[in-house]
Design a protein around this ligand. Sequence first.
Ligand SMILES: Cc1cc2nc3c(=O)[nH]c(=O)nc-3n(C[C@H](O)[C@H](O)[C@H](O)COP(=O)(O)O)c2cc1C
Length: 219
Amino acid sequence: MINKTEILDAYKYRHACKLFDTNKKVSDSDMNFILETGILSPSSFGFEPWHFVVVQNPELRSKLKDSAWGATAKLDTASHFVLGLTMREPLMKYDSQYIEDFMRDIQELPENVIEQKGSMYETFQKSDFDLSDDRKLFDWASKQCYIPLANMMTSAAMIGIDSCPIEGFNQSKSEKILKDDLGIDTNLYGLSYMVAFGYRVNEPRPKTRRTLEKVVTFK
Ligand SMILES: Cc1cc2nc3c(=O)[nH]c(=O)nc-3n(C[C@H](O)[C@H](O)[C@H](O)COP(=O)(O)O)c2cc1C
């Protein structure tokens, strides 16, 4: 078990880092560790509706700046810059080949369980959560993709690496860049967020948060 004070210190250490030290690079093994903590995240039915693209090519980073106003300094200075993609309807719908293959090949479920779980997933999408159109389904899948985002930023902080989550971009313009320049099939994936990793240049201002008493109600 990890010491609680050390865990809280890591949460306090994490901040939305605006500018990274261009002389310091996150090692491959640290970056893989961060990504590994992301993919260990929970997801609804365990279907892992995410994909991560690590953009290191300076020309591609420069292209992304055109549509990502909240990311410009991070695209210029971050050691590693990750795009958080979310699966769209052709992959996430209850009757997709992805879902069937996933239950068989990744979750290694027996045939009768695949049938039962598939039928539960169908009911869930049709009536429990009303995921009846592409947008609803994308937003539902996208919510899950923020869990790895949080886990990656926290695990990075635990090993002294800074990060910044980014939604400051135009979704359709950025997705056009994804399609035209990064070879992503945007019928299958949408862009939920970007996240930069590296080492801080400046110390952040002290954290401000509402107190536990204000935010939590015990009944
Ligand atoms: C979903 C999300 C999107 C964000 N988008 C941006 C962004 O585009 N650019 C930026 O500099 N910070 C962005 N932030 C960082 C927030 O402004 C920051 O987390 C918040 O002010 C709290 O500060 P702290 O993270 O330093 O504690 C984003 C945070 C989240 C969770």
